[in-house]
Design a protein around this ligand. Structure first.
Ligand SMILES: NC(=O)c1ccc[n+]([C@@H]2O[C@H](COP(=O)([O-])OP(=O)(O)OC[C@H]3O[C@@H](n4cnc5c(N)ncnc54)[C@H](O)[C@@H]3O)[C@@H](O)[C@H]2O)c1
Length: 333
């Protein structure tokens, strides 16, 4: 049987590169579309020579139709799409809300338009807990009202609404996965808007202080990237022909103080201290997902504890650091 053709937009990014590896090991033909704006070629180093992988460097805010037509001419009909490419910084979306439409919801609509008469088997979208805004009740369930407080969240919700419409009217089966705080290897600490875990880990490893905005009692729901990959994989082959929106989190809340302390404890020799800076305007105080729907619909079960996930991520950071210093050493010789 011929391998299915699966397109992963943003496949050179943090989460995207993990799903690409998993799809290839499952025997799929994988097409990555990425402009490397925040993604990296090195994220796909383990698989770059894989015979079932094709990588196209394209900016999906420009002429998506031409890119997909070229993919189908070269690889055959596309069976499934995992749409992860996006401008991912909430701050950027606030500073430039018009540009954010182009690099978020507009991209989604262009993709859905292309696939509307093509019998696509599934369209998976990386949505976000940002669709909910400031919530008063916990844990957060999918049927809570969505009142996003940033253009980023508005665009994620708009994408979901378009997916609902294209599923109802044009029969494109789709799933929006509302990610909470995803962390793990390859999350870029150089990106100031990247996850707090990658930033804290990098600083703690170097013995630099960890800076917390506010009193540190604010909580987040951290979910390890391999658990997210498990959810994407299940959603990709979900039987339903409809649209579904599903939370993907850990259903556990961790305060930023607890997190910082756990990370400092991983590098006892480095001697980092924890500082508290003034609180940031509009920061969400509490985050906690209900994953009941993910369990019921996708048989999703979180497998990796925060302790284990942090240790694995720290290991990856240490590996990167030693590769870098070896390279620097040999470059100076
Ligand atoms: N990491 C999280 O905690 C989290 C939480 C909620 C939602 N999400 C969503 O998950 C998705 C993946 O996030 P990530 O953390 O892996 O971020 P990432 O920045 O590592 O991945 C995004 C990828 O999209 C690519 N991209 C961006 N704009 C593009 C364009 N115009 N054309 C082609 N490629 C483009 C980037 O180069 C990058 O490879 C994003 O849609 C993000 O909004 C992530």
């Amino acid at each position: 049987m011929q391998a299915e053709v699966i397109v992963v937009t943003g496949g050179a990014g943090f989460i995207g590169s993990h799903i690409v590896e998993s799809l290839l090991s499952g025997g799929a033909r994988v097409i990555v579309l990425d402009d490397y704006s925040t993604g990296k070629k090195s994220n796909l180093l383990n698989v770059e020579t894989h015979s079932n992988l094709n990588i196209y460097e394209v900016d999906l805010t420009q002429n998506i139709k031409a890119s997909l037509t070229r993919v189908e001419e070269e690889a055959g009909m596309i069976d499934r799409v995992i749409h992860f490419a996006a401008q991912t910084a909430v701050v950027n979306s606030i500073e430039n809300p018009i540009q954010d439409i182009h690099s978020n919801s507009m991209m989604t609509v262009h993709l859905l338009e292309y696939f509307k008469n093509k019998n696509l088997k599934k369209f998976i979208f990386a949505s976000s807990a940002a669709v909910y805004g400031d919530v008063a009740e916990f844990p957060i369930q999918e049927d809570f009202s969505c009142e996003p407080l940033s253009p980023y969240g508005i665009n994620k919700l708009a994408s979901e609404n378009y997916m609902f419409y294209y599923s109802k009217v044009f029969g494109i089966p789709s799933v929006a996965l509302r990610f909470f705080n995803v962390y793990g290897p390859r999350q870029d600490p150089a990106n100031p808007y990247s996850g707090v875990i990658s930033i804290f880990l990098e600083r703690a490893m170097k013995g630099l202080d960890l800076n917390i905005f506010g009193d540190g009692k604010q909580t987040r729901d951290f979910v390890y990237v391999s658990d997210v990959v498990q959810a994407i994989d299940k959603a990709l082959y979900l039987e339903s022909k409809n649209f579904s929106a599903v939370n993907i989190g850990s259903s556990l809340e961790t305060s930023i103080n607890q997190l910082a302390q756990s990370i400092v404890n991983l590098f006892p020799e480095a001697g980092s201290k924890i500082n508290h800076l003034s609180a940031r305007d509009g920061e969400i105080i509490k985050s906690l997902s209900s994953t009941d729907k993910a369990r019921a619909l996708l048989s999703f079960e979180k497998k990796i504890s925060l302790e284990k996930g942090l240790a694995e991520t720290a290991q990856w950071f240490i590996g990167c650091e030693s590769t870098l210093s070896k390279r620097t050493l040999s470059e100076t010789r």
